[in-house]
Each structure stands twice: as C-alpha cells, then as structure tokens.
Design a protein around this ligand. Structure first.
Ligand SMILES: C[S@@+](CC[C@H](N)C(=O)[O-])C[C@H]1O[C@@H](n2cnc3c(N)ncnc32)[C@H](O)[C@@H]1O
Length: 251
C-alpha cells in the first residue's frame, strides 16, 4: 500500500507556533522532506523544526525548488521532486513535506501536491493548516489585520509593484510578501501616497533574529532577508456607504 503525503505547516519561525497536529505527525516515524533553493542552501522550514528540539529523523530528503520565475525550469524541478516523493510513497512510507508558515499560502507544497496527483491520482494527500507569517507579524507588530468591514489583501509584491495602485483603491490593509527584491520601489510608492508612516516591516518573524522596523523609510537601499514582509494600513481609502450584514428581525 502506498504511503500518504502530508503538507505540514510549521509556522513562521517560533517553534511554539507549530500546531499540535503537526507536532504529532513530526514524531510518527514518517519520512521528512523539505524545500531548499540549491544544494548548498538551508531549509527555513527544517530550521524551525530543529529549533523545536526535534532531531532530523534517519529518513529525510531535501528537495530542490530553485528561486526563479522561469516556468519551464520550475516545472522540471517540481517533476523531479514529485518523482522523488513518489518513490518513497510507493515503498509504503508516509512523507511529510515541511512548509514554513502555512502550507496553503504561497507554498511550494501546492505545486508538489498537484504534480504528485497528476502522476498518480490514487496517492492520498493531506494539508495540515498552520500559522502564516503575516498572522504572526500582525500579532508581533500589534497591528490588527482587519476589523468590522475592513478589506484585506495579501500580495506577493515581487510579482508586480504596479498592482499597488489598484489595490489601494479597494483595500484597507495590504500584506506585502516577498518584498526583499522590490523594497525601494514599494517605499517610494507608499511615500508618494502618504501611507509609509502607517506601514511596518518585519524580518524573520518569530525567529531569534526577528527585526521590526516602524520607520520603514530608513530601509531604503538596504538588503533585507527573503523572510520579510510589510503590513500597510491604508487610511486614505475612500469607503462607500455602510451596508448592514444582518436584516432587522421582523416583529
Ligand atoms: C513563499 S512565501 C511563503 C509564505 C508562507 N507559506 C506563509 O504562510 O507565510 C515566502 C514569503 O513569506 C514571508 N515570510 C515567510 N516567513 C516569514 C517570516 N518568518 N517572517 C517574515 N516574513 C516571512 C516573506 O514575505 C517571504 O518572502
């Protein structure tokens, strides 16, 4: 019988944010897999689990997912990773794929799971929900993400800073992920719209090296870590008239 594939969210960095469900799975003797960018790089997800005190099991495999927007190259790596995972599943072993933050949010797991299913649709797959980076960031920054009728957008900034203009018309809060390569451009845009002062930056949320920067302008020209994000409160958003969600009860 084939093993089962699990996408195991391990939270953004603080081992205390590994859920009980993930914690149990990590200790059930399954084969661990985790993403790395290249042969020489470390895995953020594995690092979180290591800091929880759990040792790497005997059966573990690093899977390479390079940082590139080249679809063809990515597809070939997804395929290679899926084949490697399938060979373990077909030996009857369960496989855990460790994911930093939440496994359903901009996570490599969705590509891996989709590719595995496309090769063998009989493989059982389960995603274990977790704490995302921006949930932890909002808590650490004491910046609520949304309240009452606020609107919230979660955006991978590296895929187009131009979209900010459109989003600011409709959203009260923006969570900007993957900001490291476009940080200066974002700072310029937020400053031009007079909302830079309502923004906050967090790097490696939940990790021992966590850094919070509230004066985001000071980051101009700085090289920041890949694990960093911006929370933006858009106080200039023009709202339409209030719409009530509940009708008044008939007497
Ligand atoms: C591929 S996405 C992964 C998102 C992740 N699955 C989640 O639920 O948060 C990578 C981006 O998530 C954000 N991120 C992940 N972990 C983070 C952390 N500990 N601190 C700050 N940002 C983090 C960064 O913006 C990073 O560029």
């Amino acid at each position: 019988m084939n093993g089962k594939l699990y996408g195991v969210s391990v939270g953004p960095g603080d081992p205390g944010m590994i859920t009980r469900r993930a914690w149990e799975l990590l200790q059930c003797g399954a084969h661990w897999t985790y993403p790395i960018r290249n042969e020489k790089s470390d895995s953020y997800a594995l690092d979180v689990v290591r800091r929880s005190g759990l040792a790497l099991p005997e059966n573990h495999t690093a899977l390479i997912f390079p940082m590139t927007h080249d679809k063809e190259k990515l597809t070939s790596y997804w395929l290679r990773a899926a084949e490697s995972v399938l060979s373990i599943l077909r030996r009857g072993e369960d496989v855990l794929f460790l994911v930093v933050g939440d496994a359903s949010t901009y996570a490599t797991f969705s590509h891996l799971a989709r590719t595995v299913s496309s090769i063998d649709e009989a493989i059982e797959i389960q995603t274990i929900a977790g704490v995302s980076s921006f949930n932890a960031a909002a808590a650490d920054l004491q910046m609520p993400l949304a309240d009452t009728d606020d609107t919230l957008a979660i955006v991978p900034a590296a895929y187009g800073v131009e979209m900010l203009d459109r989003l600011l018309a409709d959203f009260d809060t923006l969570v900007l992920l993957k900001v490291n390569s476009v940080l200066d451009q974002i700072i310029d845009q937020l400053e031009a719209r007079d909302i830079l002062k309502d923004s906050a930056f967090i790097e490696r949320a939940g990790m021992p090296e966590e850094r919070i920067v509230r004066d985001v302008a000071q980051l101009r020209g700085e090289k920041v870590n890949y694990l960093s994000l911006l929370l933006v409160r858009n106080r200039h958003r023009i709202r339409g008239p209030k719409v009530r969600g509940c009708r008044k009860k008939k007497q």
